[in-house]
Design a protein around this ligand. Sequence first.
Ligand code: 2P0
Length: 339
Amino acid sequence: MIGIKTARAIAHSNIALIKYWGKREGTPGVPDDLNLPAVGSLSLTLDSLRSETEVGPSPSERDAFVLNGEHRGDTMAAKVFRHLDRIWAETGNSGPRPPCQVISHNHLPTSAGLASSASGFAALTLAGAAALELDASPAALSALARRGSGSAARSLWGGFVRLERGHLADGSDCQARPLFPASHWDVRLLIVHTARGPKAIGSTEGMERCRRTSPYYSSWVDTSEGDLAAAEAAIAARDLAALGPVMEQSCFKMHACMMATYPPIIYWNGVTLEVMRAVWEAREAGLEGYATSDAGPHVKVLCLAATAEALAERLAAQPGVLAVESVGPGPNAQVEVFG
Ligand code: 2P0
């Protein structure tokens, strides 16, 4: 039996300013397991919201997964071990993968539209690759993280990160790259919580339903590259008034595409919409913020650090809002190997 190391990784969550939604249709002969996105995306990595994952030899003959102190044997555990199998396959080792123990802590609500899969699969990829001694570049690790979850490819780096759609059938050019570090721009993302509990429909299923049934899907895909270029230029110039409208429109195009599926997919609740209106009203009143939302009912608002406190206070006073967290740009993911 081949011995493995123990490695621990920390990866921070990210929120897409220009969204990823939809997967490329499979190429004959290429496994769907590559999880190739139909569009590129651009995100902000978040401080304080993070996953910490340790991968090491299992004390028993079987794989074991512990999430937030609880042993899991469900579909989430199956996804974790499938991802370790992918990493193992990349090492070129023959024979079965040694049984692993994965111990993970999510310092954020799991599966509530706050991107736990992004930080979770990024940390798992880094810790798994170090434990199984895969020699791979950061870009190759990003492509590997993408196979666990598309948004995870972006969580390897801090600050502003872009994931290219890529065009190669094997997905090797579908990798994220850091655009600007966290220190580039002192912005805040206000996370406005509007509900408790997990989301109603998983992203993977939602994306597939959009591709199959939404009449707006092709427009969504066709307009993404232009949004990415405009957003990247606005971030380079630290121009919030240029970034905000593109970012809001990317969000609304994605949700319009979802709503037009059959059956419809609506991740928002009434409070979500009221908060968005409150963001626009605050903007008119001189508190500049721009809204986005993901596969869940929470609203995330991008603003400058200097505006964050006053805007957060105003949004927290909105009826139905449960909490508002102010989060800054986060750092690169890190990994440490023990013995
Ligand atoms: C994003 N989302 O760009 C978009 C915006 C949600 C809305 O990436 O199927 O968990 O595992 O590749 O990454 C959420 O989907 O999806 C997501 P899979 P993932 O952040």
